[in-house]
Design a binder for this molecule. Sequence first.
Ligand code: ADP
Length: 268
Amino acid sequence: RRLLAAVPDLAAEAGAAPPPSDAVLAARGIHVSFGDLQVLRGVDVSVTRGECVMLLGESGSGKTTLSQCIAGLAREYTGTVALEGTSLASATRQRSNDERRRIQYVFQSPFSSLNPRKTVAQSIEVPLVRLTSLSRAQRRDRVAEMLDRVRLGRELANRLPDQLSGGERQRAAIARALVTTPDVLVCDEVTSALDVSVQATIVELLGELRRELGMAMLFVTHNIALAPEVADRVAVLRGGEIVEEGTVDDVLKSPSHSYTRELLANTP
Ligand code: ADP
């Protein structure tokens, strides 16, 4: 009995609670430094299937660095990122195509994922060519289905990205990320560059797609006001550390950290 009783203490000493057993994505003890600058100082975050976790932080808090480590976008880090319990290599090139397929990323700027010289439909097909072995006919069907889901008609799908509005372009980028049916979607400030009315349609669309496709979502933003619309849980990142984490209700109604209270006080 003494041995068993010692186990939780050991876990606590190791610094982190184990991720929930149903976590589809679990990042543990993520550290990143650029020279002397420690940008992430041992961050833990996990997301279960169908759940949306908001990663909230001000500019410079390390949100993009963390989300790019998770998505394997060319960041070296220490710590582990695991998909359904299996650790992934930190360097993108060492991740298998299927691992890459299973975590997809939507950038603040849709131009980061849409090729300016390809039609939207052609850009959406690219990850299927790179990361799956689907036939041409299967790829066409999958692209058409995704265009439907993000409500981009044929005519818009045959345009170049700069011939679309900001909101249409972000919907195309979302379609490109979701066409591979990932388990995890990482959205990095995806509404920040859009008009407020367009932001709302994108937030609504992402919620609908998450429910329909049952994926886990990490929604990265500096905008705490989006939490009730978007998220189930909120993790607050400050100076490379998670200073508070809880359900949206708990964090908004009874924040435990003074920094979160400050963020709320400064939100209209
Ligand atoms: P956020 O997304 O929250 O604005 P970032 O993850 O982009 O934060 O950046 C966190 C910190 O890391 C910032 O101080 C930024 O200047 C620094 N940083 C990010 N990328 C690099 C890099 N490639 N080289 C040096 N410093 C970097």
